[in-house]
Design a protein around this ligand. Structure first.
Ligand code: 13P
Length: 244
């Protein structure tokens, strides 16, 4: 499985930002790792037209229907997406979404032929209470469907307290969590769990990417703020290409 440098533009991105993707493509014409930018639904078709691999940031569990304002997985695929994020903590916080809904969205993504980047992560209070691994196991129990495979699914560990804050766990903490996630996935999914990509996300920048990518069981990153500008994301892709 190739490593993955994934961007998440969140509620950012207008047509005026498309040259950032063209610059990124120019820097990485034939990247040695997978590069995906997940962007707002309004921009996906134009993002895909640059030639970059694109993903949605969320999808509805249903393929179509009376759900005003929602976007389905087949719509994302139709717009040119090959990936979709599910389970992002901002969906929990902003829209009170649950593990069961994330599982349904993940199934919907697969049904539309999309590769799912499924996020998990503990809050600061849970981290401080020492509950990180229990929280992550419960989230994985509830949100990863039983038929997940390494080909269809990537897991992204994103501590909520590290998102957009400039804070990160220590390298040892990331390594310990990723080792525990790998053990869980292997126990539950066998060979698929042993090879399912595990991303780290939360304040990844060019300045910390080398240290994070050197860790065992870190197969890439899910990057928010630093994916918006080619000048910031390009060195992160290079760091992942150069990691062992
Ligand atoms: P930041 O890289 O801005 O901390 O965001 C991480 C994230 O939430 C990616 O999904």
């Amino acid at each position: 499985m190739r490593k993955l440098a994934a961007g998440n533009w969140k509620m950012n991105g207008l047509g005026a930002d498309l040259p950032q993707l063209e610059a990124l493509m120019a820097d990485h014409a034939q990247p040695a790792v997978d590069v995906v930018i997940c962007g707002p639904a309004t921009l996906l078709t134009r993002m895909a037209a640059t030639g970059i691999t694109v993903g949605g940031e969320d999808c509805h569990p249903a393929a179509s229907g009376a759900h005003t304002g929602d976007i389905s997985a087949p719509m994302l695929a139709d717009a040119g997406a090959t990936h979709v994020i599910t389970g992002h903590s901002e969906r929990r916080t902003d829209h009170s979404e649950t593990d069961a809904q994330f599982a349904a969205k993940t199934e919907a993504g697969w049904a539309a032929g999309l590769h799912v980047i499924l996020c998990i992560g503990e809050t600061e209070a849970q981290y401080r209470a020492g509950d990180t691994l229990d929280v992550l196991r419960a989230q994985m129990d509830g949100s990863i469907p039983d038929d997940a495979t390494a080909a269809t699914t990537t897991i992204a560990y994103e501590p909520v307290w590290a998102i957009g804050t400039g804070l990160t766990p220590t390298p040892q903490e990331i390594a310990d969590v990723h080792a525990a996630l790998r053990a869980y996935l292997t126990a539950r999914f066998g060979d698929d769990g042993a090879t399912m990509r595990l991303l780290y996300g939360g304040s990844v920048k060019a300045s910390n990417a080398n240290d994070i990518f050197a860790l065992a069981n870190v197969d890439g990153a899910l990057v928010g703020g630093a994916s918006l500008k080619a000048a910031d994301f390009s060195p992160i892709i290079t760091a992942l290409e150069n990691a062992d």
